[in-house]
Design a protein around this ligand. Structure first.
Ligand SMILES: Cc1ncc(COP(=O)(O)O)c(C=O)c1O
Length: 384
């Protein structure tokens, strides 16, 4: 179906294509100079001393968990309103994810106050996720993690470009993981990045990214190494050069694109004041430059969300749900805790389209369709 307003969209310019084509012509396709350049630029951009590019965000998440030494017998506190990869990354190591509730119906991120009940003597770490790019309670989670002697890890997949108090998301914890999947703010297809200020952790991430080998093909090509040892059970989580080149190029215009997202977010909020039945979530935080990865609204209790989404779809407007709560998926539904805020949000929230080059006409179509769908539900509910 060709949507009149898709949920997300990525524009690859002719110059982007040139950069990728030049990389193919260079003859060096896997990790090499373009990857090193991307890592340097991303480190400069986020202010993190170390940035390590990966094949996707899930690999970045797995690497920060593995390099932090998580393993069987450990527990890690996780949010449930996230993409399943946040939780899987913990489970890959053999550690047990322990779900904790969200902060509020309009604040769908992990609540620092929910840690207390989730922490046991086996808890080693907290994995937070910057929902929609919002910093949420990340700073408070850092304080709580420190107070309990836990490692804070950040899934910053949504937060490329979010800074709060001048500090980039992903740099509050021991390590942060970013995703460059197509629908992300820095979308390149597949790609990811680890950031950390810990040199030892960075070294372990680099080692595990490429089979636990002490030297890379690129090191051997440059003549810096002639052989290698394998010192850990690693993976192949390398990125390739064409995608690294595309990411470096896209990073140059990320702030401009995020500013445009911010304007559209403000425009949505302004219009929604006059529309009954729905409230925008994720009020932008003070002292924050925000990635605005998603725009979500929460419907009044009792409204038929499926019907509303059907009606928007008929108008050519794509919507989505972020997220089906992970603790309810069969693989994780082992009688874990009930999470009332998470469950209420998951039942009542809808994600509306938001992308940097969305036009005001497209946004007006979303708003008009939403208003009409809500008015028709209100009319149907009136007696007589
Ligand atoms: C919150 C979150 N975490 C992790 C991921 C996984 O990233 P990737 O698709 O790059 O593996 C995604 C997106 O796909 C995500 O939205």
């Amino acid at each position: 179906m060709a949507w009149r307003v898709p949920l997300a969209d990525v524009v690859v310019s002719a110059e982007d294509v040139d950069v990728v084509a030049d990389t193919y012509r260079s003859g060096w396709l896997s990790m090499g100079p373009r990857t090193e350049e991307l890592e340097q630029r991303f480190a400069d951009y986020t202010g993190a001393p170390h940035a390590i590019a990966t094949t996707n965000g899930t690999a970045a998440l797995h690497l920060i968990c593995a390099a932090s030494g998580l393993g069987p017998g450990d527990e890690v506190v996780v949010p449930s309103l996230t993409f399943v990869a946040t939780v899987n990354a913990v489970a890959y190591t053999g550690a047990r994810p322990v779900f904790a509730d969200a902060a509020g119906l309009l604040e769908p991120w992990l609540a620092a106050s929910a840690l207390e009940t989730a922490i046991t003597p086996r808890t080693r770490a907290v994995m937070t996720m910057a929902y929609a790019g919002h910093p949420g309670e990340t700073a408070k989670l850092r304080e709580e993690a420190d107070r309990h002697g836990l490692v804070l890890l950040e899934d910053a997949a949504h937060a490329t470009g979010t800074r709060t108090g001048g500090r980039h998301l992903g740099t509050f914890g021991a390590a942060g993981a970013f995703s460059f999947f197509s629908n992300k703010n820095l979308g390149i297809g597949e790609g990811g990045m680890v950031v950390t200020d810990d040199g030892d952790l960075a070294a372990r991430v680099r080692l595990l990214r490429s089979h636990g080998m002490t030297a890379l093909s690129w090191d051997r090509q440059k003549g810096h190494a002639s052989g290698y040892d394998v010192v850990a059970l690693g993976f192949n989580y390398r990125i390739d050069e064409p995608r690294a080149a595309l990411a470096a190029r896209r990073l140059e215009r990320l702030d401009v694109e995020n500013r445009r997202r911010s304007e559209l977010d403000a425009r949505y909020r302004e219009a929604l004041v006059a529309i009954d039945g729905v409230e925008p979530a994720l009020e932008p935080a003070a002292d924050t430059v925000h990635a605005h990865h998603l725009f979500t609204v929460v419907l009044d209790a009792g409204l038929d969300r499926d019907e509303l989404r059907r009606s928007l779809s008929e108008a050519g407007v794509q919507t989505s749900l972020h997220y089906p709560p992970v603790h309810r998926f069969s693989i994780y539904a082992d009688g874990g805790p009930s999470l009332p805020v998470t469950e209420a949000y998951a039942e009542r929230a809808v994600t509306l389209p938001l992308f940097a080059h969305m036009t005001e006409e497209q946004q007006d179509l979303v708003l008009d369709s939403l208003e009409r769908a809500l008015a028709s539900q209100a009319a149907a509910a009136r007696p007589g």
